[in-house]
Design a protein around this ligand. Structure first.
Ligand code: PLP
Length: 379
């Protein structure tokens, strides 16, 4: 089945009871048993719920994985992966990371004795220098948030395999429409389904997808034992979102390109970060591992002018100033004070998250309205 069919049918079948084309929202905590242990496949809704399972199968299908697990948020999904580790284990992670992921790693898991090495990964081969006997996990995002760096998934997977280290990719920005990390050698794909998978800014959810049965069993054990599941209503909404993922992503990419090119041509704009530019440092890798370049674009104003950037953000009318990304509506954010405020200023600036940086999640509105909005806002 091709991707654009999988988003609608992958892992799905009409509901067994009445043939409902969408799975009903099984809003129940428990399921009747005829004799102890005898039931129709479900006993308690933390361990399994038919609506959630329908979503988990859909996510597994679009990522070309075998097993999907849905969580109450993206961070809950990352938390479940970290629970595979033991004190003394080490994680090699990209240094250009979603702020909440960085906070979870450094403020929670460092206290439990897990060590993190945050490194630049523009040259994937350099990752090998940071792997030691205690390294158990490589964690990457690509494209990265908010600097749009690209990490070579195939090259990283080779290093991970050679050293028998788990390799996880946060695929929130790209979505499986653009890249399928499991096919490129990753062991775990993670999503904040809050973003493009849900796609309508109406839910908070996370997901993991793997191919390996043993790894799936371990993660399922953690999902059930720690209990950070999502509810059936949110599972239903995410499933509905996934059905239009391919059409939405196509438009996100078209509008993202138009916005990136407009900004790059503007005399008041300094740097534009978007992997589709030929002079992007890893454009070639982006081209080889992604189908297109997505709808996320970051930029700075001339002379790293904080005040000018804040003015632009305040002037925007079609773009809404808000946290989050990946919904149908265009959003603008100021990483230094919003998504990345939990990263110390020196750390932030080392990777380019300067005070004038603005991050756009380009939505699927009419391209002309988006460009006109930026034009009037920048002035
Ligand atoms: C939002 C986000 C997360 C966290 O997901 P939540 O659903 O907000 O918990 C993780 N990684 C990336 C890249 C994100 O954008």
């Amino acid at each position: 089945m091709k991707f654009n069919t999988k988003t609608i049918h992958g892992g799905q079948k009409p509901d067994a009871a009445y043939g409902a084309i969408m799975p009903p929202i099984y809003q129940t905590s428990t399921f009747a048993q005829t004799s102890p242990g005898e039931h129709k496949g479900y006993e308690y809704a933390r361990s399994g719920n038919p609506t959630r399972n329908a979503l988990e199968e859909a996510v597994a299908s679009i990522e070309n994985g075998k097993f999907g697990l849905a969580f109450g948020s993206g961070l809950a999904a990352i938390d479940a992966v970290l629970k595979l580790l033991k004190p003394g284990d080490e994680v090699v992670s990209t240094n250009d990371l979603y702020g909440g992921t960085y906070r979870l790693f450094t403020k929670i898991y460092e206290d439990f004795g897990i060590k993190f090495r945050f490194i630049g990964m523009k040259n994937a081969n350099s990752i090998e220098n940071y792997i030691s006997k205690t390294t158990k996990l490589i964690w990457v995002e690509t494209p990265t948030n908010p600097m749009m760096n690209i990490i070579d998934i195939v090259a990283t997977a080779k290093i991970a395999k050679k050293h028998k280290v788990l390799f996880a990719v946060d695929n929130t920005f790209a979505t499986p429409y653009l890249q399928q990390p499991l096919d490129l050698g990753a062991d775990i794909v993670m999503h904040s389904a809050t973003k493009y998978l849900g796609g309508h800014s109406d839910l908070v959810m996370g997901a993991l997808v793997v191919k390996d049965k043993e790894l799936a069993d371990q993660l399922y054990f953690i999902q059930n034992a720690s209990g950070a599941i999502c509810g059936p209503q949110d599972a239903f909404l995410a499933l509905r979102g996934i059905k239009t993922l391919h059409v939405r992503m196509q438009r996100h990419c078209e509008n993202g390109r138009a916005v990136a090119e407009y900004l790059q041509s503007h005399p008041k704009i300094e740097n534009v970060y978007w992997p589709g530019f030929i002079n992007h440092p890893n454009h070639k890798i982006a081209k080889s591992q992604m189908k297109d370049f997505g709808g996320m674009v970051s930029f700075t104003t001339k002379g790293n002018n904080y005040k000018a950037s804040i003015k632009i953000i305040e002037n925007l009318k079609v773009f809404t100033l808000a946290e989050s990304l990946g919904g149908v509506e265009s959003l603008a954010g100021h990483p230094a004070s919003m998504t990345h405020a939990s990263i110390p200023k020196e750390e932030r600036e080392k990777i380019g998250v300067v005070d004038s940086l603005i991050r756009l999640s380009v939505g699927i509105e009419d391209e002309a309205d988006l460009i006109a909005d930026l034009k009037q806002a920048i002035g």
